[in-house]
Design a protein. Sequence first.
Lengths: 280, 328
Amino acid sequence: MSSDETVVDRMGAADAVPGSAKPDPILVVDGVRRSFGGLTAVDVEHLEVQRGTITALIGPNGAGKSTLFNLLTGFDRADRGRWSFDGRQIGGRSGHQVARAGMVRTFQLTKALTRMSVLDNMLLGAQGQLGERLAGAFLRPMWKSQEKENTARALELLERFKLIDKRDEIAGALSGGQRKLLEMARALMTDPSTIMLDEPMAGVNPALVQSLLGHITSLRDEGKTVLFVEHDMDVIMGISDWIVVLAQGQVIAEGRPSDIRSNQQVIDAYLGAREEDGDE
Amino acid sequence: MDILSILAESMRSALGPVAAIYALAAIGLNLHFGYTGLLNFGQVGFMLVGAYGVGISVAVFDLPLAVGFGVGLLCALVLALLLGIPTLRLREDYLAITTIAAAEVIRLVYRSGFAEPLTGGVYGLQNLAGDFRALNPIPPGTYGVGMLSYNASHLWVMVTTWGLVLLMAGLTWMLTHSPWGRVIKGIREDEDAARSLGKNVFAYKMQALVLGGLIGALAGCMMAVYQAAIQADQFKPQVTFFLWVILLLGGAGRVFGPVLGSMIFWFLMSFTDGVLRGLGNLGLLPFLDGPDYGAIQLAFAGLMLVLLIVFRPQGIIGDRKEMLINVK
């Protein structure tokens, strides 16, 4: 089903210029800046992410992709700037508040909770659990039915991500690829509207890449917005609706895959970066 | 040297109130480290404020024992907040540094000259157990068999301390088998992951720190009641390290780990002491004086910790599979 999707254009009348306006942006970033000492890691003037699309964030090493990710998801503090998610200002909010607002992230280095069972990993993702309050913990009858519902939903997701047979194993016993799947499934347990994937394909064997790609496109088809950082150009060109190119902390280009492929600035940034790559 | 009487004496230690008090404090530490991953190297500080809460209320202000317990627990709450607010947002090592220093600072303040009107300074406080003994419902007499027999007053202490241990172990079980417990275990494994799933990591760490600290303070309160007298120098850092040995010996992150650990620890401590004394009496340790035995005993506790970490890092009732996986 993914073959005809690449033909569909979900971006409406968006122009392929840096900072272009989108018809229905879910994430709007304004003047975000973050420097480490003298180095400006991120300096984004304006960026909009279209709702219900797969947007890729690419750029040479050290371009500030992960830093921007951390800023947007509340895992780092911006020096200045504002950004809104789904119409609400979330700039300066902490990580857990951003997640509760519906924007959930994964990590470049997979963070499976190794000494907990796969099912417990999943259940941790469920939101609004009464039993997660200290007082509620003692009142089992109060959260028992909720726990049952969450477990059913977790098992459904595990089924979908082909981890159902592993549900009672500790997450530390999973392979690297399975951990990636678990992390994605766990993020979905939060029922997010936007999912931010930090290098979802890093360290995953080629066979699993296809299945991960399938999962990502099906997320979009369910109406979720996906923003992801990735290095593999084939992957990016294949599934993205929109591509944002960062170099030295700034958005130097954005557009549909076809626009980016022929963009001279992008080619320069990558080739140029390769020459100066010595210190990275 | 009568090995049977040494064994019986060791058994008395394993079942005695001191083992129960240490088990209680280790249950608090288990909540900190075993479940939440907080490195608290100052659990003795919580015991101290608990013990002095009882001591000062009862000996200085002549208040009822219950008020003493309340004051002790309140002091622990304040201490946990003071320790937690600045450090729990930082990396885990900062809590470790802060707690070890704070516990020692507290001891020095409580034993100092200027605090003497309240704390009794280096002399400590006495006559703390009147109310507690008056509450004893057990009729006078001797209970038990042979070497394991106790008088009514001793039995009363044992019943209450071990009762509290069971109560707190039950509380730990309930907490750790709830969604709340799942969150703190998630934080132990990776706090960024927990945060990315919408959990307020700081709040959970604070709750765990406070709860574990309160249980530590309860152990301190019971210490004051059991000994009927307290003295600041009983709360040296080595107490914290005993608690760590107990926790790791029994198995961190297991409900009964601290309980089992404390019984084994005090059995072995008493046993080495008995054996050393026995050998000394037989003239087999001519190079050691009586006071040296204590030092040897401490060295033995250290040795126990080393052997444990090398041969059984998961503790007596821990899961080796989990332990091996956690090597990052």
